[in-house]
Design a protein around this ligand. Structure first.
Ligand code: BG6
Ligand code: MG
Length: 217
């Protein structure tokens, strides 16, 4: 049995681990402090979107005086400090057996495995869950100028891997991430919040279903 792709580019938050929930908790704390309504539905719009763009989405409901860029940066820093406190408590126990075993299987089948995340905290999270040296390449919020749905983060990952976009599969929980993969010319597998999204090539009911998608019958 062959493999349909040469590489898989994984989103991190909400795909490899549940840091998407920590993003929610940290934004919720800030929104509550500012008296801004915020819930899981609004949070879904932040998936794949950069920190500052996420703040702008939250501030759509801000009724106070206009905020300066400096004030916005302060708010984003405050959210990130709260988020990092949650990340500090993470350990290899936050990596599920299913994700670990699936990654291992795909690797033994000769696939290159990379990360394509909008986060500037990606490397820290990976080291917290015991995957610090695991991926062949990491493209993250530190090497891009535009976050998803722009394809930049995935195109950079493909470039680091020395692969053509058509040889890569993207795994995403963000609709913006699925759109980014499409714009990069890559197939995508949607999981979690993006499950069933029509722009995705496949939908994954569980992470381990990746093995079937990647295997040529
Ligand atoms: C993405 C998340 O992975 O990273 C977004 O889905 C988040 O919700 C973005 O805003 C940026 O993360 P960070 O860690 O750099 O604030
Ligand atoms: Mg995500």
């Amino acid at each position: 049995m062959g493999m349909k792709y040469k590489a898989i580019i994984f989103d991190l938050d909400g795909v490899i681990c549940h840091t998407d929930h920590y993003h929610y908790l940290a934004w919720k704390q800030l929104a509550d402090k500012l008296g801004i309504y915020f819930d899981e539905i609004v949070n879904n719009r932040l998936r794949g979107v950069s920190r500052m763009d996420s703040l702008e989405i939250i501030l759509e409901r801000w009724n106070g005086a206009p905020l300066s860029d400096e004030e916005k940066v302060k708010l984003a820093d405050e959210k990130n400090a709260c988020y990092k406190e949650l990340l500090n408590q993470m350990s290899p126990k936050d990596l599920s057996r299913e994700v670990k075993d699936t990654l291992e299987y795909l690797r033994t089948r000769g696939l290159q495995l990379a990360i394509g995340s909008s986060s500037r905290n990606a490397r820290f999270i990976l080291s917290q869950i015991g995957l610090g040296d695991y991926f062949d390449e990491i493209s993250d919020g530190n090497n891009i100028t535009k976050s998803k749905p722009d394809p930049e983060v995935f195109l950079m990952a493909a470039k680091y891997l020395k692969m053509n976009p058509s040889e890569c599969l993207v795994v995403e929980d963000a609709k913006a991430g699925v759109d980014a993969a499409k714009a990069a010319g890559m197939d995508s597998a949607a999981i979690g919040d993006a499950f069933g999204y029509a722009q995705a090539t496949y939908s994954l009911f569980t992470f381990s279903k990746l093995i079937q998608i990647c295997s040529v019958q």
